[in-house]
Design a protein around this ligand. Structure first.
Ligand code: 4FV
Length: 227
């Protein structure tokens, strides 16, 4: 692969206690094609490899008591520093998936897609030792609910970001005039064959070939975000 091409390939490293969860998702459809096209590289890092002692411990009981376990700082920070050593640039952005992070949305996806690399960190158990936040650039949440791990949130971010990498989606334009390209506006309704389904017809204007009328209809019928 030409150095130039390799240079503008986005590198996404993922630190997780369950890297196998990503295999199916990263090696299917768009994400797989994007890798094959040399537009993105995913690197899975197993947090267990940075565990402490013979039992490769990565978690411990919470100081001050309470249920569940907490991820220890040493393995996480060691994994982050190892990922930085494998990074292309000096200061790759480190993003911690956390329910207390900034809310992920299309604008954040566009912002991250401009990077040439990032390191995503996935939590487990009750969460991270708070001191880990000193070693990350940003915390991102995919929603106000608590999951069993940060893997699914990381997959959401990877999918939303990868499809915005120039060349990943078919028509160059498609990422630009799609949903959320303007805040609070969703896309227009989509129709395809058959022209009539169970008595439900495709709007005539879409069969007219009159592109001015069609884009006008689409603008009139854009869906608005539920507040
Ligand atoms: C989450 C979210 C999330 C919290 C405890 C993992 C879990 C467990 N991450 N957006 N919502 N994480 O629920 O990003 O460690």
């Amino acid at each position: 692969m030409s150095p130039a091409r390799d240079q503008n390939k986005m590198k996404i490293q993922i630190i997780s206690l369950f890297p196998q969860m990503f295999e199916k998702v990263l090696n299917a459809s768009m994400l797989w094609k994007a890798q094959k096209a040399g537009l993105v590289e995913y690197k899975l890092i197993n947090l267990r490899d940075f565990g402490l002692g013979p039992r490769k411990q990565v978690d411990d009981a919470p100081y001050g008591g309470g249920d569940g376990m907490v991820l220890r700082p040493e393995p996480l920070v060691a994994a982050i520093e190892a990922a930085k050593l494998k990074a292309k640039s000096q200061k790759p952005k480190v993003v911690l998936m956390s329910p207390s992070g900034v809310m992920f949305d299309q604008a954040k996806a566009r912002e991250l897609a401009k990077l040439d690399e990032m390191i995503l960190v996935c939590g487990r158990y009750e969460g991270y030792d708070e001191r880990v936040s000193e070693f990350v650039d940003e915390q991102v949440s995919i929603g106000n609910y608590v999951l069993t791990g940060g893997e699914l949130p990381a997959m959401v971010v990877i999918d939303a970001v990868t499809r915005l990498i120039p060349g990943v989606l078919g028509g160059e334009t498609s990422a630009l005039n799609e949903s959320f390209s303007q805040p609070s506006v969703l896309e227009h309704p989509h129709y395809t064959r058959p022209e009539e389904f169970r008595g439900l017809k495709v709007p005539e204007v879409l069969l007219s070939g009159d592109h001015a009328k069609i884009s006008n209809w689409r603008r009139q019928n854009q869906k608005r975000l539920q507040k």
